[in-house]
Ligand binder design. Structure first.
Ligand code: NAP
Length: 253
């Protein structure tokens, strides 16, 4: 992988699961002096998780934590401004924050629908809009949106979540077309079933059933996704934009 030196990254939802692995992947490479210099991550509620991750990073002077609700437009703008001040700019945005509020549509409340759309889709609009001008001005940017395989194939009991992730995929392709000529790439990753707090809710029977559809017959780990993020930020991915890369053990092949 051709490495890029001295890049500055913002990661939303960086305290747990996939986001945490992304932060560690980017920061670890910065520690070895090869890939990214600084990482700012955003989280919503878990202060202990933020402290824990800061303590796990080899060079904590290169990592900054911001507590903000990614679904708030104003908070996103303020957070990006503050992160840019700390980092000295922004080259990479990873839109990873996300939640589930599963229910069959007949039972789904308006709040369950709105909360998921706001946390998963509006947050992507908020953060992408906030970083776009600085990225356009410097004629360089890498934006990576964490979608989901269910945004491609649907899933019963998740109409709100699937709508948000299909929205993220459409958003990715539209913005990729808008900014391709400015040196900015915009791609999505569609994880399959990854071992995190989000999937801990599944019982043994649900797991068994899901794995029947996964040719590799195992769930993924957060690092499987983080490594693809690092690839999309590297020089090796300079000619890739508007794509959705499934990291799913073959589920959607
Ligand atoms: P997770 O373990 O539940 O972690 C979610 C992270 O997002 C936490 O750091 C959380 O911070 C943060 N977050 C949630 N809402 C936020 C908000 N409004 N503002 C700021 N931060 C917020 O989830 P995960 O499984 O790692 O999922 C990460 C992403 O991958 C999500 O977009 C998810 O939809 C997607 N994904 C996951 C899977 C899977 O199998 N796990 C599959 C496909 C796609 P706090 O702890 O502070 O709330």
């Amino acid at each position: 992988m051709r490495e890029i030196k001295n890049k500055r990254a913002i990661v939303t939802g960086g305290t747990r699961g996939i986001g945490r692995a992304i932060v560690k992947e980017l920061a670890a490479r910065s520690c070895c002096g090869v890939l990214f210099s600084d990482v700012a991550f955003v989280y919503n509620s878990c202060d202990e998780c933020a402290e824990e991750i800061m303590s796990e990073i080899p060079d904590p002077t290169k990592i900054f934590a911001f507590k903000a609700d990614a679904s708030s437009f104003e908070e996103a703008q303020a957070t990006v401004n503050a992160a840019i001040e700390k980092l000295g700019g922004v080259d990479i945005l990873v839109n990873n924050a996300g939640i589930t509020r599963d229910n069959l549509l007949l039972r789904m409340t308006e709040k369950e629908f709105d909360d998921v759309i706001n946390a998963n889709l509006k947050s992507v609009f908020n953060y992408t809009k906030a970083v776009l001008r600085p990225m356009i001005n410097q004629r360089y940017g890498r934006i990576i949106n964490i979608a989901s395989v269910v945004g491609l194939i649907g899933n019963p009991g998740q109409a709100n979540y699937v709508a948000s992730k299909a929205g993220v995929i459409g958003f990715t392709k539209s913005v990729a077309r808008e900014v391709a000529s400015r040196g900015i790439t915009v791609n999505a990753i569609a994880p399959g079933f990854i071992e995190t707090d989000m999937t801990k809710k599944l019982n043994e029977e649900q797991r068994k059933k899901l794995l029947q559809n996964v040719p590799m017959q195992r769930m993924g780990v957060p690092e499987d996704v983080a490594k693809v993020v690092a690839f999309l930020c590297s020089g090796d991915a300079d000619y890739i934009t508007g794509q959705v890369i499934a990291v799913d053990g073959g589920l959607t092949m």
